[in-house]
Design a protein around this ligand. Structure first.
Ligand SMILES: [Zn+2]
Ligand SMILES: [Zn+2]
Length: 365
C-alpha cells in the first residue's frame, strides 16, 4: 500500500510502498478514506526519538472495514469505522469501571514482541503512530481502537471525531463533567479547542468564552457555541475573562493551544476552587510555573491533565456522529481543507500557520 513514512525527525515524509500484514487474531484491516492532520502528528514529526522510526504518522482516521481476523465479532467487512488511539483491553479494572482511556493492559491490543510487524518496508519493521498510522491507504489495528459510525456520515467529518472531537468535546463532557450553568473558557480555537467549546455548550454551560489571537478563529468559535469571544492579540485575556465573570474567573478553563503562556493565562482565569485542564500538546521538556501557595493552597484551584478527553470510543464516537446527523453538533466547520497523500507536507505547513481548523487527507492514490 502507499503510505507516508517518516525516517528522520524534521525531514519530509516520503511516499513509499509499505507491506501491511493480513489481519491476525483480534485484528482488523481498514481501508482509509479520510485522515486528519493533528498537531500531535506535526509535533511527532519533529521530536520522535530515532528508536521509534521509521513510522507512519496520522491518527485521525475514518474508513471501511475490509477484513477481520479470527475472533473479531463486533465488526464485519463493509462497516464504516472511526479509529481512536484510546487502546484498551476491555477487561482490566479500569476498563470494566467504564474508564477505557485509563486501561492498564493496553499491551494486549498490540502484537506480541516476537511476532512479525504489522507494517514493514523492505523487510524492516515500520511503526504506526498511536497504533493507527493513518497517513496510508490501509491500517491494521485492534478492534477496540475502532468505533462503528452510520454510513450516512461523510468520511472527512467522521475522521475528526477520532481525535479533535474526542479530545476536545470529551475534555468538557467526560473529564471536566461540565454541567448546566457552569462557566467555561477555552484558550486556543483550533480543532480541539473548537470541540471543547462545543462540548461545553452541549453540556449546558452558561458562559462559553473563546480566546484566540486570530479573528477568523473567533468567528468560527461562535458557530461552535461560544457566547463570548476574546481577541487576545490586542486585549489581556485574563482581565477580559474576569470582567465577563463578575471578577471571579471561570469554573473550568481549557488550554488547547499547547503553549506555556496560554496555560499560565488559563490558570489565572480559573476561579478559586475551579479547575484548569491542559489539553493542548506541549513540547517535550516544557516547564510550567504556578504559585503553589496562592493558586493551589489558598485559591484551591486544580490543574488537571487530559488524555484523549477521557474518551470511551465505542460509546462517545457514535454519540457525536448521531448528534451531527440530527443537526445538533457542528462538524462541517471543523473541516476546512482537503489534500492528497502526496501533498501531506503542504497540509502540515498550512496547519502550522494556524489559518485553518482541520486539514484532512482524502485522496491516497
Ligand atoms: Zn490528535
Ligand atoms: Zn483495560
Amino acid at each position: 500500500m502507499r503510505a507516508a513514512v517518516l525516517h528522520t525527525p524534521g525531514e519530509p515524509m516520503t511516499i513509499e510502498e509499505v507491506e501491511i500484514a493480513a489481519p491476525g487474531p483480534g485484528e482488523v484491516l481498514v481501508e482509509v478514506r479520510a485522515s486528519g492532520i493533528c498537531h500531535s502528528d506535526f509535533l511527532a514529526s519533529r521530536t520522535l526519538p530515532p528508536g521509534l522510526l521509521p513510522i507512519i504518522l496520522g491518527h485521525e482516521v475514518a474508513g471501511v472495514v475490509l477484513e477481520v481476523g479470527p475472533g473479531v465479532r463486533r465488526l464485519t467487512p463493509g462497516d464504516h469505522v472511526v479509529a481512536c488511539e484510546v487502546s484498551h483491553c476491555g477487561h482490566c479494572v479500569e476498563c470494566i469501571s467504564g474508564r477505557p482511556a485509563r486501561c492498564i493492559r493496553t499491551i494486549e491490543t498490540e502484537r506480541q514482541q516476537d511476532a512479525d510487524s504489522r507494517l514493514s518496508l523492505d523487510g524492516k519493521a515500520v511503526a504506526a503512530f498511536s497504533h493507527i498510522g493513518g497517513f496510508a491507504e490501509r491500517i491494521l489495528l485492534h478492534p477496540n481502537n475502532l468505533a462503528i459510525v452510520p454510513k450516512e456520515l461523510p468520511f472527512d467529518r467522521a475522521a475528526v471525531l477520532g481525535c479533535a472531537v474526542a479530545t476536545g468535546a470529551g475534555a468538557a463532557i467526560n473529564t471536566a463533567s461540565v454541567r448546566v450553568g457552569d462557566t467555561v473558557a477555552v484558550f486556543g480555537c483550533g480543532g480541539v479547542g473548537l470541540s471543547a467549546l462545543q462540548g461545553a455548550a452541549l453540556a449546558g454551560a452558561r458562559r462559553v468564552i473563546a480566546i484566540d489571537i486570530q479573528l477568523a478563529k473567533l468567528d468560527l468559535a461562535r458557530r461552535f457555541g461560544a457566547t463570548d469571544t476574546i481577541d487576545a492579540s490586542d486585549t489581556d485575556a485574563v482581565t477580559e475573562v474576569l470582567r465577563l465573570t463578575d471578577g471571579i474567573g471561570v469554573d473550568y478553563a481549557f488550554e488547547a493551544a499547547g503553549v506555556t503562556s496560554t496555560a499560565r493565562q488559563a490558570i489565572a482565569a480559573t476561579r478559586p476552587t475551579g479547575t484548569t485542564f491542559l489539553i493542548g500538546m506541549q513540547s517535550p521538556g516544557t516547564i510550567l510555573e504556578f504559585d503553589v501557595f496562592q493558586e493551589l493552597m489558598l485559591d484551591k484551584k486544580s490543574i488537571h491533565s487530559v488524555y484523549m478527553g477521557s474518551t470511551n470510543p465505542q460509546r462517545d464516537i457514535p454519540l457525536y456522529a448521531e448528534l451531527y446527523l440530527q443537526g445538533r453538533f457542528n462538524l462541517d466547520d471543523l473541516v476546512s481543507r482537503h489534500v492528497s497523500l502526496d501533498d501531506l507536507e503542504e497540509g502540515f505547513a498550512s496547519f502550522q500557520n494556524g489559518s485553518v481548523a482541520r486539514t484532512v487527507v482524502t485522496s491516497f492514490r
